[in-house]
Design a protein around this ligand. Structure first.
Ligand code: AP5
Length: 213
């Protein structure tokens, strides 16, 4: 049983690392952003409510997000643990998570702000399987095509520079304060996110494997 949080600002590499860790440790990635984008694409009642938040880079209401996490983590594939990616993001969500369960480790990816903008603006995603690529740092084998499922890659609507800067501001104001909360609980590890994808992954694996000893 292992419960982890992959924490960090927009486009720090949380999703990229969560997908790699999920494969290595056999526990699912629970990514609020992916779940919300899926709800928007399928035009579910949640998707219809949440669309304007995603488009403008604002955080969705805590009650909707907490319910989404409760529903997802109660699925059978989460029985041996999970990797939370993009949750919690407000103090209210952190308090609700503490009521739900205890987390073994928070992997906090630290990256310089301008590097984050470049990572977000150059990101391309697969709308079918949520695989993540970058036009400079993580190219697919065939331009514009997902290596994993062959679908055409797209740019996220919220990856336009103006929206990215707004998301970074929201992170600084509402999400970064959670670092102190995790520090007090004693389960936060800083990860140097300026390294390449494999260099970041190695640091995370070392931190997780220390936990298992
Ligand atoms: P969400 O999808 O969670 O967006 P985010 O936190 O802004 O994170 P990103 O998905 O942008 O980035 P990432 O850190 O996963 O980076 P990635 O691996 O893709 O949320 C979207 C929206 O949903 C929010 O704005 C909000 O509206 C709503 N929402 C979600 N959760 C919520 C919550 N809890 N409460 C309320 N609302 C919520 O990598 C980025 C790029 O960089 C990729 O192109 C990748 O290939 C590249 N890259 C990755 N690692 C490296 C590296 N080491 N070096 C170079 N390039 C790299």
């Amino acid at each position: 049983m292992m419960k982890l949080i992959i924490f960090g600002p927009p486009s720090a590499g949380k999703g990229t690392q969560a997908q790699m860790l999920s494969k290595k440790y056999g526990i699912p990635q629970v990514a609020t952003g992916d779940l919300l984008r899926d709800a928007v694409a399928k035009q579910t009642p949640l998707g219809i409510k949440i669309k304007s938040y995603l488009d403008t880079g604002k955080l969705g209401p805590d009650d909707l997000i907490v319910q989404l996490i409760k529903d997802r983590t109660s699925k059978p594939d989460c029985k041996n643990g999970y990797l939370l990616d993009g949750f919690p993001r407000t103090m209210g969500q952190a308090v609700e998570l503490d009521k739900m369960t205890s987390v073994d480790l928070v992997l906090n990816i630290v990256v310089d702000m301008e590097a984050l903008v470049e990572r977000a603006v150059g990101r391309r995603i697969c709308p079918k399987c949520a695989a993540v690529y970058h036009i400079k740092f993580n190219l697919p084998k065939k331009a514009g095509v997902c290596d994993k499922c062959g679908a055409s890659l797209i740019q996220r609507d919220d990856d336009k520079e103006e929206t990215v800067r707004k998301r970074l501001k929201v992170y600084t104001e509402q999400t970064a304060p959670l670092i102190e909360h995790f520090k007090k609980k004693g389960n936060l590890v800083d990860i140097d996110g300026s390294k390449g994808i494999d260099g970041v992954f190695d640091q995370m694996v070392k931190a997780i494997d220390r936990l298992k000893k």
